[in-house]
Design a protein around this ligand. Structure first.
Ligand code: TXA
Ligand code: MG
Length: 341
């Protein structure tokens, strides 16, 4: 499917942003930085353009994409909102948009988002990102941009442009480099299509913040359960090639350690998410750390990535969720990397 021999490197200048917008409007694939992770963008109204996202990522087509817009007004124009959920959506938008929150809302009959991007669902995931470059790009495009994380499906998400190129160079038309992502884990996905708000994916906006503003938010205990409403929550995900061991209390010399706070002695290799035990810093260093331990650990013949316990509050919930999914056995669900597209 890929007819893309060369991936253009664009910088976050007005010309770079204009070029990226031009490519998107022409149905091309452009990876761009947001405050969470890099997204792989395509114009959301075009089935053909969106199909190329699924092909480049090897992503199963039943997994819907988030549509990105530059402001709440243009985002809500894609949705049908009424009653209490409308109030909640507007309250959330005022507080968290632009920012790392994705709202799942009933899809408007007038929505311009293609069926393929929405995976045929009657709902739509909408997000207004906070990254300056991302916002400028979305304004320039002037239409919804579908963008999953810019990595091969099932692998660790990209938190800088270098990560994007490592997995997608030559498979996409351009990458717009805006430097490393400030938050480093994906947006929080909140479902507002039922009678109570349901947290589908913990992310950059914390559960505490959501509960304060419009709680109680329903959520699975420690996200052990996979919410059926979020078809993308395949169990195995964010998977490095080394197996991952969670909540370790000691460490062996043939292990690569993902530390938080004070590292355990004796590891073959260590990446500290945050020496001071700061969860924001840990989130921002998570995906780079997994990549580093995986590559360097493999090179040194280490057997596992062993992760210290991350607290269950604030951004810790999102970090724990990503680590738990990185640790899932790679059974048939991980075959999604090989899925036909
Ligand atoms: O931070 C982010 O959200 C990044 C940046 C690029 O914006 N994007 C991202 O996209 O993480 P992706 O495709 O990797 O994850 C989107 C999640 C998936 O779990 C998907 O199943 C879910 O959102 N989703 C999308 N549309 C949905 C819908 N209509 N109902 C329920 N879940 C939906
Ligand atoms: Mg993803």
């Amino acid at each position: 499917m890929s007819d893309t021999p060369y991936t253009e490197r664009l910088t976050a200048t007005p010309e770079g942003i204009r070029r990226a917008a031009e490519l998107l409007k022409a149905g091309k694939l452009v990876a761009f930085g947001t405050e969470t992770v890099y997204g792989l963008g395509a114009i959301a109204s075009s089935d053909t353009a969106v199909a190329r996202i699924f092909a480049a990522k090897g992503r199963p087509r039943f997994n819907p994409l988030i549509s990105h817009l530059p402001d709440a007004e243009s985002a809500f124009a894609q949705a049908s909102l009424s009653g209490r959920m409308k109030e909640i959506a507007h309250t959330l938008a005022e507080r968290f948009w632009p920012g790392p929150l994705t709202m799942v809302l009933p899809r408007s009959p007038d929505s311009t988002v293609s069926d393929l991007a929405a995976a045929g669902l009657s709902t739509l995931a909408l997000r207004v990102p906070r990254g300056r470059t991302a916002l400028a790009l979305l304004r320039e495009v002037g239409a919804p941009v579908a963008a999953p994380s810019a990595n091969v499906s099932g692998t660790v998400s990209p938190s800088d442009a270098f990560h994007v190129l490592r997995s997608l160079d030559g498979r996409i038309d351009a990458v717009l480099d805006s430097g490393p992502c400030s938050i480093g884990v994906e947006s929080t996905v909140l479902d507002l299509t039922r009678n109570v708000p349901v947290l589908l994916r913990p992310g950059g906006v914390t559960l505490e913040e959501l509960n304060d503003l419009c709680g109680p938010i329903r959520h699975p205990d420690d996200f052990a359960e996979i919410a059926p409403a979020s078809p993308g929550r395949l169990a195995s995900h964010y998977a490095p090639s080394l197996p991952v061991r969670l909540d370790v209390t000691s460490i062996a010399p043939d292990e690569a350690q993902l530390a938080f706070g004070r590292p355990f002695p004796g590891a073959g290799l260590t990446w500290n998410l945050s020496e001071s035990g700061n969860l924001e810093e840990a989130a921002a260093r998570l995906f780079a750390g997994l990549r580093f331990l995986d590559a360097e650990g493999t090179r040194r013949g280490l057997k596992t990535i062993a992760a210290q316990t991350i607290p269950r509050h604030g951004l810790g919930l999102a970090i724990r969720d990503r680590l738990r999914r990185a640790a899932e056995p790679r059974t048939d669900t991980h075959a999604d990397t090989m899925a036909p597209s």
